[in-house]
Structure formats: structure tokens, C-alpha cells
Design a binder for this molecule. Structure first.
Ligand code: PLP
Length: 398
């Protein structure tokens, strides 16, 4: 048996999809004119058009395009004008960039337990809420926590909620779009998200003051804020009173993103079909459990997470990882790969973090597999079969 040859029929889970051809004409026009800066054109710049299209897509009043989702999260905290050292609740299951944005804004992240459901543990959330200045809910891998319970607890205390919707474009909760339920939402256009621009992010809100503050701080210096629609009075108030962090998006990125927005609905439908097909197969085995969506949640997955069920040793879990890779469905256990940026104990930049036993237990047995929307039903069947064979192999080994 040759150990490292992946079966030829294994689908490629890492390659991106081509960018729609419509982007090319626009990019050629931008290159020919050199018009790359969002504020050069008096009106109708690609970034400005993207903002109005994204605001319409999400049904929000204000959308601000920025350099990344992390920048949007940072600007959200700055726009809220939190005191230095303010406590911000963050789920302990997220990407390291999220607590990093909190640190960047001079605040202190307070990590909240996430259990086997991959959602925020509401008892721990409620216990830690007292004294928090803001809540940043990261819908990690698109899994939506109980937004009704979170909003009720936070609204009762006047605590603003920021939604990290980096991986939730197209997800709905009770018919409402994720990213528009809290005071501010943040989205990502980094290559591993539903819309791929290499890098990029979006800040959305209905609040005019927060929008004005974020627009200025993102780098709308002097009178460039006049190129953002609405609320000129608010802008005037903040001009030169807020720092300019210069986290703007450039026109080339907008040219890559805009032709992908009309594809979002189809990608969401395909991603959901792929995910649910695989979840049905995996849940029918004794080896795996795919956490179900909460009642009001309609997901937009581009990956699948599943738990190794029963009594698995770390060695067996590692063997499963290796076997799945060899069989062409390389699943990763979040907590087992060294220095994984999604395991809270690796966030050493936070200093000493409390142990979070529920989150730790979940991370040590929960697997992650990319499922790009371009996969077809036959690919999903192949991948599910590879995972099942890998589990049987890992469990059979002494
Ligand atoms: C990708 C991701 C981010 C960071 O997005 P960037 O655009 O790379 O800054 C934040 N949160 C989650 C849940 C993500 O998946």
C-alpha cells in the first residue's frame, strides 16, 4: 500500500472557483485609467457601488467596505467608543483574529464556553455578561448561536452586540439575515469565505452615528465622507476628532466582489445541499455526529464540522486524521493539530486564559472539512465514504 497517494477521484477541496468573467473588463478599465483609490472618482467608484449593492442585499442602511473582516470588527469596537480595558465577550471557539481585534481596540476579551453543539453555552454567557461593555458573537464556521436569547439578555442591559458574520453570508435566523441582528455586523471576503476577493471585509449597521464614526476612522479623511450617502451632519461632527486608521478597500477588490454578489444565493443553496447530504450519511453511522442547526437557523455552509462519537483516544483521533487524508477527505480535529489558530489555548497573546473545559472537550473531538459550494453530489458521496472508512480503520487499529 502506498501511503501518500490520494485516490484520483478525490475532489480538490482547496482550489478556488474562477472569478466571474465580468470582473475582467472592469479590472482592465481600472488598470487603464489607474483609478484604484476609492475616493478619486467624484461618484460611482466600484467600492461605492459595492457598498450600496451590499446594503441592498442585506437590507441595511449603511455598509462600509474595508480591508478585512478583522478591520470591520476593530472599527466596530472603536465606533462604539468603549473605554480602554472594557470587557468584550467573545466565544472561545473562533479564529484567533477575533480576540485579536478586541486586543487591537484596547479592550479585554472574555472567552465564553462553546459546547458540543458548536454554539455559545448560554449559562456561561449569562454568568459572564455582568460588567461586559460589548458582546462580539462569532458565528464560527457559520454556526449560529441562540440569537434570541443573546439579544434578549443584551438588550435588557443595554449591551451592544457585534456579529462576526465572516462565515455567515447567506445565513438567516428566524428569516432575518445574520449580521443584521446585532448593532453592527462584519463580513469577510478572504479567499476561504463564500465570496472570494483574496482579502476584504464589510461593516454593516442601521445606526447613523456608528456608521459615520466607522466611515471616518476607516480613512475617509477631509471631506471624503461626502461620497458616502446620508447623514452629512454626523460626519461633520466627527471630522478630525477621530483617528484615521486607513482600513479602506481599493477599487480592484470591489471589481472582484461585485460580480460574485448575484451568485451568493446559488452558492448558499448548493452549500446547504452538500452539507445536509453529508450530514445525513455521517449521522447514520456510529462514528460521527453533525451538530444540528437551531430551530430558527437556515445555514449557508461551505464546510462541515462533526464530532467523533464515543470513546476515542487522542491517538485514534490522530489516526483518523491521517487515514482521512490518505483517502482524499483530509479532516482536521481542531484541537489536535499543533498551534491551531482556532484552539483558545494557543492564543498566548492573551496571557493567562482560564481553562474552558467544555470548549476544550469539543475542540479535541470535533473535525473540520471544507466543502466548497462547487462540489457535486457524487463528490459528497465520495468524501463521506472516505470518512467512514477512515473511522473504521482508526477504530480497528490496536
Ligand atoms: C475568516 C474569519 C475571520 C477573519 O476574517 P478576515 O477577513 O480574514 O479578517 C473572522 N472570523 C471568522 C469566524 C472567520 O471565519
Amino acid at each position: 500500500m502506498s501511503a501518500d497517494v490520494v485516490p484520483p477521484q478525490a475532489p480538490n477541496l482547496y482550489d478556488a472557483e474562477p472569478i466571474p468573467a465580468a470582473a475582467m473588463a472592469e479590472i482592465e478599465r481600472l488598470l487603464a485609467t489607474g483609478d484604484l483609490f476609492r475616493y478619486t472618482a467624484p461618484e460611482g467608484a466600484p467600492v461605492a457601488r459595492l457598498e450600496s449593492e451590499f446594503a441592498a442585499l442585506m437590507g441595511v442602511r449603511y455598509a462600509l467596505a474595508v480591508s478585512s473582516c478583522s478591520a470591520a470588527l476593530f472599527l466596530a469596537l472603536q465606533a462604539l467608543d468603549l473605554a480602554p480595558g472594557a470587557r468584550v465577550l467573545v466565544p472561545a471557539f473562533t479564529f484567533a483574529a477575533v480576540p485579536s481585534a478586541v486586543v487591537h481596540a484596547g479592550c479585554v476579551p472574555v472567552l465564553v464556553e462553546v459546547d458540543d453543539s458548536l454554539r455559545v453555552d448560554m449559562a456561561d454567557f449569562a454568568a459572564k455578561l455582568e460588567g461586559a461593555a460589548a458582546v462580539m458573537i462569532s458565528h464560527m464556521r457559520g454556526h449560529t448561536s441562540d440569537m434570541d436569547a443573546i439579544m434578549a439578555l443584551c438588550d435588557a442591559r443595554g449591551i451592544p452586540v457585534i456579529e462576526d458574520a465572516a462565515h455567515s453570508l447567506g445565513t438567516t435566523w428566524g428569516g432575518r439575515k445574520i449580521g443584521t441582528i446585532g448593532k453592527i455586523g462584519a463580513f469577510s471576503f478572504q479567499s476561504y469565505k463564500l465570496v472570494n476577493a483574496g482579502e476584504g471585509g464589510m461593516f454593516v449597521t442601521d445606526d447613523p452615528e456608528l456608521a459615520a464614526r466607522a466611515v471616518i476612522m476607516s480613512g475617509a479623511y477631509e471631506y471624503n465622507w461626502k461620497k458616502h450617502p446620508g447623514l452629512q451632519n454626523s460626519y461633520h461632527l466627527w471630522q478630525n476628532r477621530l483617528p484615521l486608521y486607513n482600513m479602506r478597500m481599493q477599487n480592484l477588490s470591489a471589481a472582484v466582489i461585485r460580480p460574485q454578489l448575484p451568485l451568493v444565493a446559488a452558492r448558499v443553496a448548493q452549500g446547504r445541499a452538500n452539507h445536509d447530504q453529508m450530514a445525513d450519511v455521517l449521522n447514520a453511522t456510529p462514528h460521527f455526529a453533525v451538530p444540528p442547526a437551531l430551530g430558527p437557523e437556515e445555514r449557508a455552509p461551505d464546510s462541515i464540522q462533526f464530532r467523533l462519537v464515543g470513546d476515542w483516544s487522542d491517538d485514534q483521533a490522530r489516526r483518523f486524521e491521517a487515514a482521512s487524508k490518505r483517502r482524499g477527505a483530509a479532516a482536521q480535529v481542531f484541537g489536535l493539530s499543533p498551534d491551531n489558530a482556532r484552539a483558545f489555548w494557543n492564543w498566548k497573546f492573551l496571557g493567562d486564559t482560564p481553562d474552558l473545559p467544555k470548549t476544550r472537550t469539543m475542540l479535541m473531538r470535533t473535525c473540520d472539512l471544507r466543502l466548497p459550494a462547487r462540489l457535486q453530489s457524487g463528490d459528497i458521496a465520495f468524501l463521506a465514504d472516505a470518512l467512514i472508512c477512515a473511522a473504521e480503520e482508526a477504530r480497528a487499529a490496536a
